[in-house]
Design a protein around this ligand. Structure first.
Ligand SMILES: Nc1ncnc2c1ncn2[C@@H]1O[C@H](COP(=O)(O)OP(=O)(O)OP(=O)(O)O)[C@@H](O)[C@H]1O
Length: 464
């Protein structure tokens, strides 16, 4: 296991995206680094030192998930979020909790695939373009009796090779020249709208049986997929879209999936992070969810996974020994001490996240690298409109968000999203037709646009 970043460096990176919650940021960074420290020890020593997972307590929308998700991004770790309450639903059985590890393996495979696709991109694009040239200037299909005879002989001898189109295609000098010129035009982007017909694999439809098998740890579509040839259909598309599909197909051919799966499993085992939300709702102390699958039962099912066990996935067995688990919940009606003792022991690091203040909201709107305001500014920029917010307007938005949270449900920073959407609806709708190079959102605009909604409680609940 490699660990390129120290806890301090991790916190510095988290600071770019998350406002406040300093203690939580520090603790996740330490926990992550401790996992690396433990992996450096001898196997026997490792067994004696149990991994230290984290329990985050705090109201909704204050950054619990965001911290964990960002942490994973920063260290390029596969990440999944599950709701613990999902496992209390009727229809779930003990084994299902293992699905969180399967999902992690899946996430790791997707990450590795993305990296590999990036690595082979240049080659895949080149091959895709070569195919496009052939599709745009097809060769002459040879109705060659000899070759039909050969095919027949091959089939009789059990040697099926139905994909020998190229062999029966004649390429004259003229075609060769045409292809050269088309290759040039393609490179210059002149043929992007021309239609071509390509073969694409049809994705199998989801079926309920598959879902059931999935819950039992089997993946029907991949089982069947391995046995049956994938169904191909012909589609006619513009070159620009066809190229994307061909690149995808070529990339898949260029990637060695056996080693990709191995790498992905290694990554999930060594770097994986599983975020278990609503863990407070599976305690005996919580009064909700009664009459469903026993909450303590779910805790007992989760325990072996957190303690370290091996879960079979369709990519191979995954050991959970080094996976970092982050439990989170509001813990409003229950306490961490309501969890079964064994589970409490597996989550020894406890952090509380604070409710967000009006000042925090101002910072959340402005400061993070991809803050909400920056997102809207970027969106409008696509229409070549410069969107400007005055400081007073930003303060007003934060104040309204804070007030609405106090007056109705406190949903934390999520309130900012609904408020901004309402505030900017006219700008988003009319902006492109307004022929304005610049739109400034002032405090007055915020007040006028939102006042009606705020003063009417029913409207507030519905819209904001
Ligand atoms: N402290 C913060 N700094 C920056 N953004 C935040 C902060 N807290 C919340 N947000 C924003 O609000 C959204 C919701 O936060 P998050 O998903 O972390 O909630 P949570 O605390 O995990 O609550 P829940 O348990 O209900 O999921 C995030 O997408 C993020 O953009």
């Amino acid at each position: 296991m490699t660990q390129e970043k120290t806890p301090k460096q991790i916190v510095e990176l988290l600071n770019k995206y998350i406002i406040g919650q300093d203690e939580a940021k520090k603790q996740v960074a330490i926990a992550l680094y401790n996992r690396y420290r433990r992996s450096q020890l001898s196997k026997t020593m490792q067994q004696d030192i149990t991994p230290k997972n984290i329990l985050m307590a705090g109201p909704t929308g204050v950054g619990k998930t965001e911290i964990a998700r960002r942490l994973a991004k920063i260290v390029n770790a596969p990440f999944v979020k599950v709701e613990a309450t999902k496992f209390t639903e009727v229809g779930y059985v003990g084994r299902n909790v293992e699905s969180m590890v399967r999902d992690l393996a899946e996430a790791a495979v997707r990450m590795e695939e993305q990296e590999e696709f990036e690595r082979v991109k240049a080659t895949a694009t080149q091959k895709a373009n070569e195919q496009l040239v052939k599709l745009l200037v097809p060769g002459i299909k040879k109705e060659n009796r000899e070759s039909s005879m050969q095919q027949m002989m091959q089939m009789l001898s059990g040697n099926f090779n139905l994909d020998n189109n190229q062999e029966t295609e004649e390429v004259t000098d003229e075609i060769r020249n045409q292809r050269l010129s088309v290759k040039d035009q393609l490179a210059q982007g002149l043929l992007e709208d021309r239609q071509v017909t390509i073969e694409v694999e049809q994705t199998p439809k989801a079926n309920p049986m598959g879902d059931m098998m999935g819950q039992m740890g089997m993946d029907m579509s991949s089982l069947m997929g391995d046995l049956l040839p994938k169904k191909k259909v012909k589609r006619t598309l513009p070159v620009s879209e066809a190229r994307e599909i061909l690149i995808q197909q070529e990339s898949k051919n260029l990637v060695n999936y056996d080693s990709l799966y191995q790498d992905a499993i290694e990554k999930a085992q060594q770097n994986g992070i599983i975020f278990i939300d609503e863990i407070d709702k599976i305690t005996a102390g919580d009064k909700r969810n009664s009459g469903q699958v026993s909450r303590e039962g779910v805790q007992r099912d989760i325990l072996p996974i957190v303690e370290g066990s091996t879960v079979s996935t369709k990519y191979g067995p995954v050991s959970t020994d080094h996976i970092l688990f982050i439990g989170a919940g509001a813990f409003a009606e229950s306490k961490p001490s309501d969890l079964i003792p064994e589970l409490q022991g597996r989550f020894p690091i406890r952090v509380e996240l604070n409710a967000l203040s009006q000042e925090d909201f101002v910072k959340i709107l402005k400061d993070p690298a991809n803050s909400l305001l920056k997102q809207y500014i970027a969106l409008m920029d696509a229409d070549r409109i410069k969107l400007i917010f005055t400081q007073e307007a930003i303060d007003k938005i934060a104040q309204i968000a804070y007030q609405v949270n106090q007056g109705t449900d406190n949903i934390g920073a999520r309130r900012l999203t609904t408020i901004l959407e309402k505030l900017l609806e006219d700008v988003l709708y009319e902006g492109p037709d307004m022929n304005m190079g610049e739109i400034t959102i002032t405090e007055k605009y915020v007040t006028e646009k939102l006042d009606d909604v705020i003063t009417n409680k029913d409207l507030t609940k519905f819209i904001l």
